[in-house]
Design a protein around this ligand. Structure first.
Ligand code: BGC
Length: 236
C-alpha cells in the first residue's frame, strides 16, 4: 500500500557542512527508523555528496518521496548558494539529481527553513536560528515561511558576519564560554529588529547553550528537527 494517499512515506535528508543525515517519516511525520548519519565528504562537491547520499539512501527503508534540507539558498530545487560546501554547487538542480538517484519526486528547501518547520508553533512572527557549521536563519509568520532568509552573512561585529562570529570555526577558535556570550549578543542584536514572538534555536551546536541564560522567548531544539521538518515540504 505504500505510495497510496495517507500511507505515503517521506525520506528526509539533511545536508550539512559536517554531516549528511537521513530518516524515513510516515505520513504523520513520525520517524519509522533511527536517523542515519555519514560525514560530509571533503571537498563537498556535488558529485562527492551525491555519491555519499546514494550510499546513505541504500540503508533506508522504503519511501515514496524525498525532502531535502540544503545549507544554502534554493529556488525550485536549484541551488543558488552553498557557502560551506564546494563552489561547484551553484546552479545544480539538486531536486533533479536526487530524482534520478531515487526515481521518486523530490522537494528541496533551505536547511534552516526545514528545521523551522519542525520547531515553530504556527502563530505570530517566529524566527529560527541554526547553530552548526554555518549560521542558518528562518522566518515564519503565522506558520507561513518567508523562504531563504540569510541573516548569517549580514555584517555583525568587528568586521565579521554573524556566521563568522558564531559558526563552527568561531566555536573552535574561541571555545564554548566565549561562543555562548557571542550567541547571546547575536540574540540581543536581532530581537529588537525582528520583534519575533518566539526565537527557536536548533542545529548541532544548540545543545551547547544553557536555556536559563537566554531570554524567556527563546526555545532550544534538538538537531533531529533538521530531518523531522522535511514532512512539511509535502503539506499542500
Ligand atoms: C547558509 C545558509 C544555511 C546555513 C546553515 C549558511 O552559510 O548561507 O543558507 O542555512 O549556513 O547551514
Amino acid at each position: 500500500m505504500s505510495g497510496q494517499g495517507t500511507t505515503r512515506r517521506t525520506l528526509s535528508i539533511d545536508i550539512g557542512g559536517t554531516g549528511l543525515k537521513a530518516i524515513v517519516l510516515d505520513c504523520n511525520g513520525v520517524a519509522v527508523d533511527e536517523r542515519q548519519r555519514v560525514p560530509t565528504p571533503q571537498p563537498a562537491t556535488p558529485r562527492a555528496i551525491l555519491d555519499a547520499l546514494r550510499g546513505l539512501i541504500e540503508t533506508q527503508p522504503e519511501f515514496d518521496r524525498v525532502s531535502v534540507g540544503f545549507p544554502g539558498v534554493v529556488h525550485d530545487g536549484v541551488v543558488w548558494t552553498a557557502p560551506n560546501l564546494d563552489p561547484g554547487w551553484r546552479g545544480v538542480s539538486l531536486a533533479k539529481a536526487l530524482q534520478d538517484v531515487t526515481g521518486k519526486p523530490v522537494r528541496v528547501a533551505n536547511d534552516a527553513d526545514v528545521q523551522g518547520y519542525a520547531s515553530i508553533e504556527g502563530s505570530g512572527v517566529e524566527m529560527v536560528l541554526t547553530l552548526g557549521t554555518g549560521l542558518g536563519s528562518a522566518l515564519f509568520v503565522d506558520g507561513r515561511l518567508v523562504p531563504n532568509l540569510e541573516l548569517g552573512h549580514h555584517p555583525f561585529r568587528k568586521g565579521c558576519t554573524y556566521e563568522e562570529r558564531v559558526g563552527k570555526a568561531a566555536l573552535a577558535a574561541v571555545g564554548k564560554k566565549k561562543w555562548r556570550k557571542r550567541v547571546s549578543r547575536v540574540i540581543a542584536q536581532i530581537e529588537p529588529i525582528w520583534n519575533y514572538r518566539l526565537l527557536h534555536v536548533g542545529g548541532g551546536n544548540a545543545k551547547l547553550l544553557v536555556v536559563d541564560d537566554l531570554p524567556a522567548n527563546v526555545r532550544l531544539h534538538s538537531n533531529l528537527g533538521g530531518v523531522l521538518g522535511g514532512i512539511a515540504l509535502w503539506r499542500d
